[in-house]
Design a binder for this molecule. Structure first.
Ligand code: ADP
Length: 487
């Protein structure tokens, strides 16, 4: 793939610009990271993690069962009781800073492995995922010895052991979002990455060893849903932090009901990206592209519903299609790639099902005619026009590079349409008028609203949803409070 010159839907061609993989070696088999040591899974079972861009196996990954989960939770409890909760906060901070610095040192390796294991374009993992992950560790390291100032008049204390379950769309970044605030607040953790993208969490475990964190403060166990469920149901867990599908989020909520376990749930989304006629259209078109197509639409806050004010509909769609034709779909390790591989065969099946549903529901589908690699899991950037408000592609989360377009005439109409969803994670507003932005931000039921930009993240800014998008916030002071008792 990397050796072939790319032919895009545009006339010009791009020479291959692959990121090198020769500056690190991966192990062929990864065990569980429990109590500061690499231990074999008690069942002896392993599963493969593959590269979704070429379907080749990268490594064998241990499958943790209930007994392994129990060992990990016990290791975390022991580390909490004996070491981490007793350590002066300024000392805890030093370890977290060390993780942040080591992550920066190894940034290239983490970016390449993230793209190999998950399929995302190297430009994203290099410029977004890895730097933001390091920034989260830096940010929360700074808070570790200042918790009293963060919540004046309160006495913050750690919760204990946190069980953390993360998805496959931002594997390293989600691990950082979960681990950094938990450690800063004095908790110890057991983290389970998604089964299709375990590698950067396992590299993070190696990095944590190198940072000489006390044994058991961070435990990383691998496996699929059953491993996650065992973690959620373990009686030794004080808090569950979960990012993933709304379906699993509901299951988790049910299973922890009445247990006293705290939870933060960051679930699905169906964000409205709203373009007013007075917006800078070229900038808005770039924001639409960034909002839904980059990272293959594997983003819970993806701007998957586009609302265009009627008067500029034709112009927006013409410019959008033109820009879509220039998007490079292909080798995730190529620095020119805009849209990498779909994370798994299963997810590609889900996206393809929705493409059929969209057409069957009467929407008009547009895809640029870009070539796709012969192996691996791929989806062209897709636009659906004339989408009914009730259409499934306008209501359900697809988690792929698929945009459903609707129009509006008035502010009230677009607010009503944008809010007419089970989700409430994020939204985008594009307009020249500050007053319109303030009007909409107060009326849209979404946890995060971007104005004249999209998909921008910062560790200081809280992130989380309303309605079926979950509850609790990650990032900023809100993200700290999620890991503290505040009396
Ligand atoms: P997605 O649809 O994005 O794959 P999931 O919610 O299925 O999202 O997966 C997110 C994370 O939750 C993964 O780490 C997965 O292994 C885990 N998981 C799946 N099922 C369960 C479950 N029943 N209990 C706990 N964790 C689960």
């Amino acid at each position: 793939m990397a050796t072939k010159t790319k032919k895009q839907a545009f006339d010009w061609q791009l020479a291959p610009a692959p990121e090198s993989k020769d500056h690190f070696t991966l192990k062929s088999e990864y065990d569980l990271f429990i109590g500061g040591k690499w231990v074999k899974p008690k069942s002896g079972k392993y599963f493969d993690t593959i590269n979704p861009a070429n379907e080749q196996k990268i490594a064998r990954i241990a499958e943790a069962n209930q007994a392994d989960v129990d060992a990990a939770v016990k290791a975390a409890r022991k580390a909490y009781d004996n070491v981490w909760s007793k350590m002066p906060a300024a000392e805890r901070a030093k370890y977290i800073y060390r993780i942040a610095r080591l992550l920066q040192e190894k940034a290239r390796q983490f970016a390449v492995v993230e793209s190999m294991d998950g399929g995302k374009a190297i430009r994203e993992s290099r410029d977004v995922d890895v730097p933001l992950a390091a920034a989260h560790f830096f940010y929360y390291a700074g808070w570790a010895d200042k918790l009293g100032y963060a919540f004046p008049g309160k006495t913050p204390s750690a919760l204990g052991v946190a069980g953390q379950i993360i998805p496959w769309n931002f594997p390293l970044l989600m691990a950082a979002w979960k681990i950094a605030p938990a450690l800063a607040c004095g908790n110890t953790v057991v983290l389970k990455p998604a089964e299709t993208t375990p590698l950067t969490s396992l590299l993070l475990a190696e990095l944590i060893q190198e940072a000489e964190l006390p044994d058991g403060v961070v435990n990383i166990i691998t496996g699929a849903g059953a491993t996650g469920a065992a973690l959620v149901n373990h009686p030794g867990i004080d808090k569950i932090a979960f990012t993933g599908s709304t379906g699993v989020g509901k299951l988790i909520q049910k299973s922890i009901a009445g247990t006293g376990k705290k939870a933060t749930l960051e679930l699905g989304g169906k964000a409205a990206n709203i373009i007013f006629a007075d917006a800078t259209i070229d900038q808005a078109v770039e924001g639409i592209i960034n909002g839904i197509y980059f990272n293959q639409g594997h983003v819970c806050c993806a701007g998957s519903r586009l609302f265009v004010e009627e008067g500029v509909h034709d112009e927006v769609i013409r410019k959008l299609k033109h820009r879509m034709r220039s998007l490079v779909v292909g080798d995730p390790l190529d620095k020119n790639t805009d849209i990498g591989a779909i994370n798994s065969k299963e997810q590609l099946g889900t996206i393809n099902k929705y493409l059929k549903v969209g057409v069957a529901d009467g929407a008009e589908m547009y895809q640029p005619a870009c070539e796709l690699p012969s192996k691996g899991f791929w989806c062209r950037p897709t636009l659906f026009l004339n989408v009914a408000q009730s259409a499934r592609i306008a209501q359900e989360e697809i988690f792929g590079p698929v945009l459903a377009v609707q129009t509006f005439r008035t502010v009230d109409e677009v607010i009503q349409k944008a809010n007419n969803t089970l989700y409430g994670l994020s939204a985008g507003v594009w307009t020249d008028k500050g007053s319109k932005i303030f009007n909409l931000t107060s009326k849209l039921r979404a946890g995060v609203i971007w104005a004249n930009t999209y998909n921008k993240f910062d560790p200081t800014s809280p992130f989380g949803g309303y309605k079926e998008s979950g509850y609790g916030r990650e990032g900023g002071l809100h993200g700290l409070s999620a890991y503290l008792n505040l009396s």
